[in-house]
Write a protein that binds this ligand. Structure first.
Ligand code: URA
Length: 432
């Protein structure tokens, strides 16, 4: 019989009364919760106390390390290449991993991306890649190492063995209104990224209507907390704070986001996707000792595309196969001429989700061809009658609910009116 070191109720009372938990107490709590000794109700009360009263830096570090210790860790130190990874806090039309991973890998650096599936209005990278015929998200750690050595980039599903305490706690937070606590978000994200074994990490921390945290100050605090956790764990970490008030690029969905990513890899694509991909690639490559890498050249001369093709083939996919196309489309046109002054990210994310591109429950399938394609971005001049965006779905019954989400989400104004895009795309960098 295990003699329990602490009592969960005492620890909950400590946090409820704004006290500080010690390393031993946090280690016990996470271990006892993972074993099932600490009940969900108790952990939910603790999560709420943390949300309300916060945690000190040492407590956040202890929580992160305890969640890493709850499962297995990966180790790529045997690779002949340096490893560097990226994590985004998620946004609408955020397909940056798709062009970014092969772009960085084309410089001889390894990118081990353990990704997730989408829940709610932000899409999951694995859902997007699964729209490519044959592509497999589940690969073994040994195959992952082989692909990293041969191709350089892998995007695959994180196994349940990595930080299992976080998997259990995140699911509990999701149903108890305790997701939005910075110590819990930071330890959740960083426990998985540190357990993944990357030597360097670049965080894309978003703010704005389509982001998980709307307020830039909270995004800054989250970024600073995560950068400190990474550095403390010996992972070279930096963050970019980026604007998520407007959808990224022109495609929101799955197959259409793959299509847009391939355009970027072919040297074209929307300017915001190119700018963010290039900025994140520079950060990742600087961590890998290549601060002067000519990232744009690798996009325009086909090197990044060659790595993409190899990366998709290595996971069973056919990069040349046609992507799925939706059975039905619905085009929304401009009701007047003028300038598109507003296009809010969140409603467009919700619309794509209602069209079938996302899921409401973890076990639901996604419809790969469903989504929204934008034909204009804020600041563009439009003429009455021109298409503004196209909705795609397999079932036409979905259009009405998607259009409802978009009611008031975009506006055509007069030339000279301010553009409500929330300012520049990349606001600042945090890190050494
Ligand atoms: N993503 C995570 O992995 N964890 C959180 O807590 C929030 C976002």
């Amino acid at each position: 019989m295990v003699i329990e070191q602490f009592d969960a109720v005492d620890l909950i009372r400590t946090k409820r009364d704004k006290g500080v938990l010690g390393t031993d107490q946090i280690n016990w709590l996470v271990d006892a919760y993972t074993r099932g000794y600490v009940a969900d109700e108790q952990m939910a009360a603790m999560a709420m106390a943390i949300l309300l009263n916060g945690m000190e830096r040492q407590e956040i570090k202890d929580l992160t390390l305890a969640m890493i210790a709850s499962g297995e860790t990966m180790n790529f130190s045997g690779l002949s290449k340096k490893t560097t990874d990226k994590h985004s806090t998620g946004g609408v039309g955020d397909k940056i991993t798709l062009p970014l991973a092969p772009l960085v890998a084309s410089f001889g650096v390894a990118v081990p991306q353990l990704s997730g599936r989408g829940l709610g209005h932000t899409g999951g990278t694995l859902d997007k890649l699964e729209s490519i015929p044959g592509w497999q998200a589940n690969i073994s750690p040994s195959r992952m190492t082989e692909i990293l050595e041969e191709v350089g980039a892998v995007v695959c599903a994180a196994g349940a063995g990595l930080a299992p305490a976080d998997g259990k706690l995140y699911a509990l937070r999701d149903i108890t209104g305790t997701v939005e606590a910075i110590p819990l978000i930071a330890s959740s994200i960083m426990s998985k990224k540190i357990a993944e074994g990357t030597a360097a990490l670049v965080l894309d921390v978003k703010f704005g209507s389509g982001a998980f945290l709307k307020d830039i100050e909270l995004s800054r605090e989250l970024a600073r907390t995560m950068v400190a956790l990474g550095e403390d764990a010996g992972v070279a970490t930096s963050a970019l704070i980026t604007n998520m008030n407007v959808p990224l690029g022109l495609a929101i969905g799955n197959a259409n986001e793959v299509r847009e990513s391939v355009e970027v890899l072919a040297g074209g694509g929307p300017s915001d996707i190119i700018a963010l991909t290039v900025a994140l690639a520079r950060e990742m490559l600087a961590h890998a000792g290549l601060p002067d890498a000519d990232v744009e050249a690798a996009l325009s001369d086909g090197r990044a595309m060659d790595t993409w093709n190899a990366m998709i083939r290595a996971q069973g996919g056919d990069p040349d196969a046609p992507l799925p196309v939706a059975r039905e489309t619905h085009v929304v046109t401009a009701t007047r001429s003028g300038v598109l002054v507003e296009q809010q990210a969140l409603p467009f994310g919700i619309a794509a989700w209602r069209l079938g591109a996302g899921r409401a429950r973890a076990e639901d399938p996604v419809q790969h061809a469903a989504g929204v394609d934008l034909h204009a971005k804020p600041g563009d001049t439009v003429t009455a009658g021109q298409p503004l965006f196209t909705l795609s779905a397999d079932e036409p019954a979905r259009f009405a609910r998607a259009l409802e989400a978009l009611d008031g989400a975009y506006r055509i104004g007069d030339v000279g009116e301010p553009i409500l895009d929330g300012g520049p795309l990349i606001v600042e960098r945090i890190g050494k």
